[in-house]
Ligand binder design. Structure first.
Ligand SMILES: *[C@@H]1O[C@H](CO)[C@@H](O)[C@H](O)[C@H]1NC(C)=O
Ligand SMILES: *[C@@H]1O[C@H](CO)[C@@H](O)[C@H](O)[C@H]1NC(C)=O
Ligand SMILES: *[C@@H]1O[C@H](CO)[C@@H](O)[C@H](O)[C@H]1NC(C)=O
Ligand SMILES: *[C@@H]1O[C@H](CO)[C@@H](O)[C@H](O)[C@H]1NC(C)=O
Ligand SMILES: *[C@@H]1O[C@H](CO)[C@@H](O)[C@H](O)[C@H]1NC(C)=O
Ligand SMILES: *[C@@H]1O[C@H](CO)[C@@H](O)[C@H](O)[C@H]1NC(C)=O
Ligand SMILES: *[C@@H]1O[C@H](CO)[C@@H](O)[C@H](O)[C@H]1NC(C)=O
Length: 324
């Protein structure tokens, strides 16, 4: 069918009244779908129908094995495994020279492949690449775009090339992050897309080793605990270097050292060494154990606080009496 314009005059006003006039071809053929994208070794069905007034018989001609089906005014062509790159099946009306050629766009489009490299370690320069392979009949090189993205934001895009790369300094926080590689391929009038996902694994050497203890000085006989924490991936193992191992207890997967009844020998450096297969890091604290005099001073201080509180209490009681 063709749209024709019948104009009633040549003035601009008359042109506005220009109306499309649709008329039927005496005998035309149309093929649906119009320009299909067909995967190499894929399946395609084409349906040819005629606008012929007489119920003319339709047929298909093609060089590959086919199955056809027909009904009044139409004939369909089924190709189950298309193994030809430039096929032009023809639909015809028997005993006439009316034909219509189908335009097939044959393509091959692989899944995008993400390459993460061997092992990513935080702080190191790392690279992610993604590539796709494609082939499109009558279009060489292919019109293809590939992008790498994460959490909805684009990291890198290829702009016309079948491969894309992204270089970055790995961060510990990227562990577990999902990377998406998306590819778009133009096949005739259509744009096909495909995507692949991968999860980042970013290992990290031990860092942020922190040691905590209530105070740096204890009296002889006191009990105290020293705690160590460290970050890293995998989680670091902890080792201690202590001034004395006597009456020392390690607990909570060696994160806590408890010293029972401290002696002078417990004075010194408490060093915590965090290590995993990527390296080690350490932290320390110096603790001194001093003679008991402190204990007496604490008792004096506590008595002082009690007497102050007592005074305040008496004052409150007195205020109440005066009010009532
Ligand atoms: C082909 O198209 C005609 C209409 O034009 C429809 O009646 C017929 O069912 C279609 N055949 C197939 C196999 O899709
Ligand atoms: C991606 O590139 C690698 C190395 O160049 C290659 O071995 C692989 O086949 C490519 N993958 C695709 C889907 O093209
Ligand atoms: C690829 O990207 C370019 C520019 O961004 C665009 O013009 C083109 O249509 C894209 N091609 C495909 C197949 O998406
Ligand atoms: C990818 O293709 C599918 C059809 O296969 C379509 O529904 C979807 O919108 C496309 N996605 C993008 C991002 O183009
Ligand atoms: C220290 O802990 C022990 C039990 O492990 C307890 O018997 C002792 O009274 C504690 N000493 C102090 C000063 O709190
Ligand atoms: C404590 O024990 C560890 C082994 O368990 C040892 O390597 C270290 O030298 C000991 N430290 C002291 C002060 O005895
Ligand atoms: C702890 O003691 C060691 C050895 O006496 C010394 O080298 C280090 O500087 C001290 N560290 C702190 C934090 O005082």
């Amino acid at each position: 069918m063709t749209g024709r314009c019948l104009c009633l005059g040549l003035t601009t006003l008359a042109l506005l009244r220009c109306l499309p006039l649709v008329y039927l071809d005496p005998c035309g053929l149309s093929i649906v779908p119009k320009e299909p994208a067909v995967a190499f070794r894929g399946h395609v069905v084409l349906n040819c129908s005629s606008t012929c007034s007489t119920l003319a018989h339709l047929g298909w001609e093609t060089s590959v094995p086919k199955v056809t089906n027909e009904g009044p005014g139409w004939a369909s062509l089924h190709i189950s495994s298309l193994a030809v790159w430039d096929l032009e099946p023809q639909c015809y009306v028997t005993s006439t020279n009316i034909i219509e050629k189908a335009r097939l766009h044959v393509y091959r489009f692989s899944h995008p492949e993400i390459h993460l490299g061997a092992e990513m370690v935080a702080g190191r320069q790392e690279q992610i690449t993604c590539n796709v392979s494609s082939l499109v009949s009558g279009s060489s090189p292919s019109d293809i775009n590939v992008t790498l993205s994460s959490g909805g934001s684009t990291l890198s895009e290829s702009r016309g090339s079948p491969a894309v790369g992204y270089s970055f300094v790995a961060q510990p926080t990227q562990h577990g992050q999902e990377i998406v590689c998306q590819a778009w391929l133009r096949v005739g009038p259509q744009v096909l897309n495909d995507s692949t996902r991968a999860t980042l694994q970013v290992w990290a050497l031990p860092h942020s080793v922190k040691i905590s203890v209530e105070q740096l000085e204890f009296g002889v006989g006191a009990n105290f605990t020293v705690r160590c924490s460290a970050e890293g991936n995998p989680l670091p193992e902890l080792l201690w270097d202590l001034p004395s191992n006597a009456s020392v207890e390690l607990s909570d997967r060696r994160r806590t050292v408890t010293v029972h009844s401290a002696q002078r020998a417990h004075s010194g450096t408490y060093q915590c060494l965090a290590q995993n297969r990527y390296g080690a890091s350490s932290g320390h604290v110096n603790i001194s154990i001093v003679e008991q005099r402190h204990g007496i001073m604490i008792v004096v201080a506590v008595l002082g606080v009690i007497s102050v509180l007592g005074g305040a209490g008496l004052w409150l009681v007195r205020r109440r009496f005066m009010k009532s």
